[in-house]
Design a protein around this ligand. Structure first.
Ligand SMILES: NC(=O)c1ccc[n+]([C@@H]2O[C@H](COP(=O)([O-])OP(=O)(O)OC[C@H]3O[C@@H](n4cnc5c(N)ncnc54)[C@H](O)[C@@H]3O)[C@@H](O)[C@H]2O)c1
Length: 259
């Protein structure tokens, strides 16, 4: 694991549950981490925590749906740390609704962050990685990128797009030595699932609390019967970043949900 010493890792959505765990896991194995999210305030406390542990971290604001915003952030990261070795394109939003409830605006909101955002972040990362002929890109897809799910059709479409895009770019750059993979988290109790407006809240049955809905969904959807932690996902991301001959894969960490 000391192979990450002085490696530069750029993580989007680093203020969220999985992003934070990924940043901390990379920092613990010696990497310098760039923490990017829509607002700098979302990532500054984490940068301070990593610095207190003796690590190097840079907090940045960016919007993954805008090329120039991502380019400016990556330029600043390269200016600070010298290069970019690993890009974890993790920022994402969820949307829930039937086909009647999803309007064009809602479709565009979800596809814009989840699919276009991954396209833009991969494009900008490759502008740095291709000339140096090395790098690893890990795009965050989902179990929703491997199977259909009722009332999540636009989210599912965005995550299928992430996997198709990942496979295609992995082939396109295979000879450069750069690896491009997708990680497919299962069910993790981050802001996406828990709290007001989260999936557990939206999937409540009549008379059920949000917490009861969370417990029921975990038990009925996941063969192992338990949710995955953000750290489970982070460890798989770190593994993918360290595997030079794994490329074009979409690895599920999902307690068997997609088996
Ligand atoms: N939580 C789960 O169960 C689960 C399951 C499968 C996949 N995922 C995926 O994992 C990734 C991380 O999700 P999470 O569970 O940590 O959710 P989260 O809501 O805790 O974090 C998502 C982060 O992305 C950021 N973000 C949103 N739009 C952005 C934009 N335009 N530019 C930059 N940053 C933006 C948010 O501010 C937030 O900090 C997402 O891609 C999500 O789809 C999560």
């Amino acid at each position: 694991m000391c192979k990450f010493k002085n490696k530069i890792v750029f993580i989007t959505g680093a203020g969220g549950g999985i992003g934070k765990a990924t940043a901390m896991t990379f920092a613990k194995v010696g990497a310098n981490v760039v923490l990017a999210d829509v607002k700098k305030e979302f990532v500054e406390p984490l940068a301070q925590d990593i610095q207190k542990l003796g690590g190097k971290a840079l907090a940045l604001a960016l919007d993954v749906t805008e090329y120039q915003s991502v380019k400016n952030a990556v330029d600043e990261a390269v200016k600070t740390f010298g290069t970019l070795d690993i890009a974890v394109n993790n920022a994402g939003v969820v949307g829930i609704g039937s086909i009647e409830e999803i309007d064009e605006q809602e479709w565009d909101r979800v596809l814009s962050v989840n699919a276009k955002g991954v396209f833009i972040c991969t494009k900008v990362a490759l502008e740095v990685m291709k000339p140096q002929k090395s790098g690893a890109i890990i795009n965050t897809a989902s179990i929703a990128g491997k199977m259909g799910m009722a009332h999540l059709s636009h989210y599912v479409a965005s995550k299928f797009a992430v996997i198709g895009f990942t496979n295609s770019i992995a082939k396109e750059v295979a000879e450069t030595g750069i690896t491009v993979n997708a990680i497919c988290p299962g069910i993790i109790g981050t802001g996406m699932w828990r709290g007001e407006g989260g999936i557990a809240d939206r999937w409540k049955q009549p008379g059920e609390t949000e917490a009861q809905s969370w417990e029921r969904n975990k038990k009925t959807l996941i063969p192992q019967g338990v949710d995955q932690s953000a750290e489970d996902i982070a460890e798989a991301v770190v593994f993918l970043a360290s595997a030079p001959h794994i490329t074009g894969q979409a690895i599920a960490v999902d307690g068997g949900m997609t088996m």
